[in-house]
Design a protein around this ligand. Sequence first.
Ligand code: RP5
Length: 169
Amino acid sequence: MKKKVGIIMGSDSDLPVMRKAADTLAAFGVPFEVHIMSAHRTPNEAADFAKNARANGFGAIISAAGMAAHLGGVMAAYTTLPVVGVPCKSTNLDGMDALLSTVQMPSGIPVATVAINGAVNAALLCIEMLAITDDELALKLQAKRDADAAKVLEKNAAVEAEFAAFGKI
Ligand code: RP5
C-alpha cells in the first residue's frame, strides 16, 4: 500500500500557504491527510498523531507553523519518520521567527526545513523520499523536472530572440 504524507499545521491561518503542498501531493497521486494540530494549543493531539503516524501508514510528515514555531520539533520528537518543516510567514517578523525556530533543531532530532512558506518544496521533498522505493513516483518526478526545464528553455528562446539584434549594433 502507498505511504501517506501528513500535512500538519498549527492553525487554519496556515492553510492558504499549505494548500500548495496539498495540491502538489494531489498532482503526483500521493495520498495525504491534512490536520490542524498545534504544539501549544492541542499538544496531546499533535503528540498522538506523531506517535502513531508510522503505524497509521504515513511515510513522511510536513509540519507547518508560524511565529515561535515548535510544531516540527515536537512532531519529530515523537516519531522517527522524516519531518519536513515549513516556517510560515506571520505579521511581525516576516517569517524569520518561524524559520529560526524550525531550522535550529539541536542534534538528534532533525527537522528538514524548507524556505519560509516553502510548501511546494516540502511536498516535493516528501515525494522524493517516497520515490526512493517507488519507481513510478520517481518517473513522475523526472517528468516534472523535464517539463519545468522545457518551460525555461522556451522562455530563454523568446528572450534571446527579442534582444538578438542588440548584439549586432
Ligand atoms: C502558530 O501561530 C500557527 O502555526 C500560526 O502560524 C501562528 C498564528 O496562529 P493563529 O493565531 O493565526 O491561529 O501556532
